[in-house]
Write a new protein. Structure first.
Length: 170
């Protein structure tokens, strides 16, 4: 603290205190926002209104990602890391592997999401090679979408579709 610095300055071990005289302001508290069904409809309509050529991640993949995140509560990195083998539609289970704190878990999914994921898996443009270890969600180039690409795509549709309250408290 400041007492230690004063002690060292008096004994000429330091010329000035290494710490700023005023402590930094604490970070602004994050307030989560949960999308309503109306918000999700607006987001999906915004995705459907986009042109295929505009994005590095196809709108059909962004639509699937939105529904996957909304229905399961997965982190975006967990959804993007899913492989074809991790998506067991017959058993209605997603296997989430070694994510935060290196834990793995099984996530049950409902029949509506199973249908969405089955339609996504059946699109040849989204799954050029259905290898078990291949990415379930695929970018335009055929590889796994980067988090930045997916986040930017979601940001592009969120702006015009949903007017969220401020995400932080002043």
């Amino acid at each position: 603290g400041h007492g230690s610095a004063r002690f060292l300055i008096r004994r000429k071990y330091l010329y000035r205190a290494p710490l700023h005289p005023r402590p930094p302001k604490p970070p602004v508290e994050f307030i989560p926002y949960i999308y309503s069904e109306a918000d999700m409809r607006a987001l999906l309509e915004a995705v459907d209104a986009r042109y295929e050529e505009d994005w590095l991640v196809r709108p059909t993949t962004v639509r699937t990602l939105l529904l996957l995140l909304y229905a399961t509560g997965l982190r975006i990195s967990e959804a993007l890391a899913l492989t074809n083998a991790d998506v067991d539609l017959a058993e209605s289970i997603l296997t989430i592997r070694e994510t935060k704190f290196y834990n793995s878990r099984l996530v049950p999914i409902g029949t509506h999401l199973v249908g969405v994921l089955a339609r996504h898996r059946g699109r040849p443009a989204t799954h050029p090679a259905r290898r078990p270890g291949g990415s379930f969600l695929v970018a335009r180039d055929g590889g796994r979408p980067l988090r930045q690409q997916a986040t930017w795509s979601l940001h592009c549709v969120r702006g015009p579709a949903v007017r969220e309250p401020p995400r932080t408290r002043p």
